[in-house]
Design a protein around this ligand. Structure first.
Ligand code: 5GP
Length: 204
């Protein structure tokens, strides 16, 4: 990051690809990772908890937060708006944490403009058929919503070219390990090792 010691990781992929499950696994393996909880105007799915999975708010509340400068980025997805609350992300970055944003492709682009050093990872389904099966198995969306999500998915996959890394989620453990390895490797970039290098050659 250019403005702090923390790091920002953008984690995208089509609806149903398994972003949440991969995130749960990597967060349980590395306590330095911090997941940002997004704002959304969509309905809560069964099994979701307000404040943990999302902050479920109304369109009016969302508009007010945008006006008040409390939203880092936001994007429309289907009928709903999703966004990242600004204050916690700023705080975590100052504390040196690695902050993971689960975000769709338009929001990710906005964050890249704000934080050019952000790492971005795209989670790809092994095939469109597997993706459709997973969305249907979840059985939380209407037929219209499922079709809309599949259409958005195709466009999102085309935007994977904007990402630093692409990981296929064909096997959950393998995909999670790959995502975690990529994030860990970030600690060893020249930029982050610069002060250590200076220290090593200080008295030479
Ligand atoms: P879902 O309704 O399946 O939970 O999420 C729909 C899409 O919204 C997913 O692609 C997800 O990554 C994206 N999303 C979740 N939180 C945010 C956010 O804070 N900002 C943006 N731009 N997209 C988000």
């Amino acid at each position: 990051m250019q403005n702090s010691e923390g790091m920002l990781v953008l984690f995208s992929g089509p609806s149903g690809v398994g972003k949440d499950t991969v995130l749960d696994i990597i967060l349980s393996k590395d306590e330095k990772l911090q997941r940002s909880v997004s704002l959304t105007t969509r309905e809560k799915r069964s099994g979701e908890t307000d404040g943990e999975d999302y902050y479920f708010i109304t369109k009016e509340e969302f508009s007010q937060m945008i006006k008040d400068g409390q939203v880092l980025e936001y994007a429309q997805y289907g009928e709903n708006i999703y966004g990242t609350p600004k204050a916690p992300v700023d705080r975590w970055l100052k504390e040196g944490k690695t902050v993971i944003l689960k975000i769709e492709v338009k929001g990710a682009q906005k964050i890249r403009e704000l934080y050019p050093d952000a790492l971005s990872i795209f989670l790809l389904p092994p095939s469109m058929q597997v993706l459709e099966d997973r969305i249907r198995r979840r059985a939380t969306e209407s037929e219209d919503d499922i079709n809309r999500r599949l259409e958005i998915a195709k466009n999102e996959i085309l935007r994977s070219a904007d990402y630093d890394f692409v990981v296929v989620n064909d096997d959950l453990d393998k995909a999670s390990n790959n995502v975690l390895s990529i994030i860990k490797a970030l600690n060893f970039t020249y930029k982050r090792m610069k002060s250590k290098i200076s220290e090593v050659i200080k008295n030479v």
